[in-house]
Design a protein around this ligand. Structure first.
Ligand code: URP
Ligand code: ZN
Ligand code: ZN
Length: 484
């Protein structure tokens, strides 16, 4: 048999570990992994390169509807092209329920927009208001394969409050979906913003003052307690430092299925970045806030030990010099009026490769796990994505470990006018990105056609059972003992 494509001679990060081998691809799938394969219809020489599973960025904000005058700068085409240029082959973005509306009001329209993707995709459904109509429609949408929900514990008007959070967890348990959480204490942040504003402390650096790490640690603790109460796994999004990560570690030691994610901004930026001159600090306003170098070191430790299993970009495309972005409320806006978030779809894998693998903080297997494999397992994509194995989609990133790049925004393919990593030197960049066997990025250009990406419906979770250890009260009506 002649394969459609053979990638020859690279060091592939296989489930059994890194090995020098050839990879045969046919029909978009990995057809063979062997010491030596005959040439295919096409052959890529990967001598001296490192081949990892195509990245899965399971937290990125793409083409979400405007919120007032603030606009998401990306289209699915711009964002996913940029992701592919950085080695990512799957994105999970967000379909948001407008408060008072239903999930479906936005979901179908969002699915239409996503058809312009270069790479495969699926969505988390953000539930902002678990009203009766939403609780009625969610089971059908989950059954359609939208198997994850997101809950905000802060942000007006997105946050749901404790009662709403519990309702959503219970519904997710009953219908076999995973809940992801933005964990920060809403009341404490409101109090701090108010106190700082009255004292005239509204510069960008005061963003970090308004939400010190205790505010996140408390919410992570509460989210875990709710998850324990209903015996539900959850993933805590964007863990910013040691204290919230310690909460997750303690829960895991107690046997709870609590999963943690962090992001490059928490590994490579600090709260000092908020104090850049003029309005520059606005580029670094994100939530949770940036922390300290000690937190960065601790996060690397938590990635190594597995407490935190996934690194995503949390790509939040609010342009800087833009009346619909960071400057929506002017160049003198107080920190709390600045739209939150930083971009990073394209730089996520190269930064982690360079600062993680090249600098010896993590090995190649950990790199593959935190950029792809763990997200595949957690979000029900591992029947197609997340490892280099026969039968899976041929989603691969071929890294050139010798290529050194000084990051500047002009070289990136996102629709943003800045990167927070401007001027950083990075060693290692994808020379080829393949999605289902098709070259999407050839090291210089995005070479595929927008719209080739496919929606990925997800299968039910084995580790979510409606009649698990603690049973939610409405199960009692079905004869299952509460608290069994
Ligand atoms: O600051 C952030 N992270 N903005 C994006 C939205 C979110 O909270 O994930
Ligand atoms: Zn968030
Ligand atoms: Zn986010």
């Amino acid at each position: 048999m002649t394969y459609d494509l053979v990638i020859q001679g690279g060091l592939a990060v296989l489930p059994s570990g890194p090995a020098r081998c050839d990879i045969g691809i046919s029909g978009g799938k990995i057809a063979a992994v062997d010491d030596r394969l005959p040439p295919g219809n096409r052959t890529i020489d990967a001598t001296g390169k490192i081949i990892v599973p195509g990245g899965i960025d399971s937290h990125c904000h793409i083409e979400e509807p405007s919120s007032g005058i603030v606009r998401n700068a990306e289209t699915f085409a711009s964002a996913t092209g940029s992701a592919a240029a950085g080695g990512t082959t799957t994105v999970i973005s967000f379909s948001t329920q407008t408060k008072g509306g239903t999930i479906l009001d936005n979901l179908r329209n969002y699915q239409e927009k996503a058809r312009n993707s270069y790479i495969d995709y699926c969505f988390h459904m953000i539930v902002t208001d678990p009203n009766e109509r939403v609780l009625d429609e969610l089971p059908g949408l989950i059954a359609e394969g939208h198997r994850s929900l997101k809950v905000f514990m802060t942000y007006d008007p997105l946050f749901v409050g404790d009662e709403g959070f519990l309702k959503i967890l219970a519904l997710a348990k009953q219908n076999n979906a995973l809940v992801t959480v933005h964990a920060e204490n809403h009341a404490a942040i409101k109090y701090m913003i108010d106190a700082l504003s009255r004292a005239g402390l509204t510069d960008m650096k005061h963003h970090a003052w308004s939400k010190p790490i205790v505010v996140e640690r408390e919410a992570v603790h509460r989210a875990i307690a709710f998850a324990e109460l209903l015996d539900m796994p959850i993933q805590i999004f964007h863990v910013s430092g040691d204290e919230p990560a310690q909460e997750i570690a303690r829960a895991q030691q107690r046997g709870l299925k609590i999963f943690g994610e962090t992001c490059p901004q928490y590994l490579f930026l600090t709260k000092e970045d908020l104090d850049r001159p003029g309005f520059e600090g606005a580029k670094y306003v994100c939530s949770p806030a940036l922390r300290t170098p000690a937190d960065q070191e601790a996060l690397w430790g938590h990635l190594k030990s597995g407490v935190l299993g996934v690194v995503t970009s949390d790509h939040a495309p609010n342009r800087y010099d833009d009346p619909h972005g960071k400057m929506a409320f002017g160049k003198d806006a107080p920190f709390h009026a600045v739209p939150n978030g930083v971009p990073g779809l394209e730089t996520r894998m190269p930064l982690l490769f360079s600062e993680g693998v090249v600098k010896g903080r993590i090995d190649l297997e950990t790199f593959a796990a935190i950029t792809s494999g763990n997200a595949a397992r957690l979000f029900g994509l591992d029947d197609r994505k997340g490892s280099i194995a026969v039968g899976l989609d041929a989603d691969l990133a071929v890294f050139d470990p010798d290529k050194t790049v000084v990051l500047h925004n002009g070289m990136l393919h996102h629709a943003m006018d800045y990167t927070p990593y401007e001027g950083m030197s990075v060693t290692g960049w994808p020379s080829t990105t393949l999605s289902r066997g098709e070259v999407v990025w050839d090291g210089e250009n995005i070479v595929a056609t927008a719209g080739r990406g496919q929606f990925l419906p997800r299968q039910p979770y084995e580790f979510i059972a409606p009649n698990g250890r603690h049973v939610v009260p409405f199960d009692a009506a079905n004869g299952i003992e509460v608290g069994a």
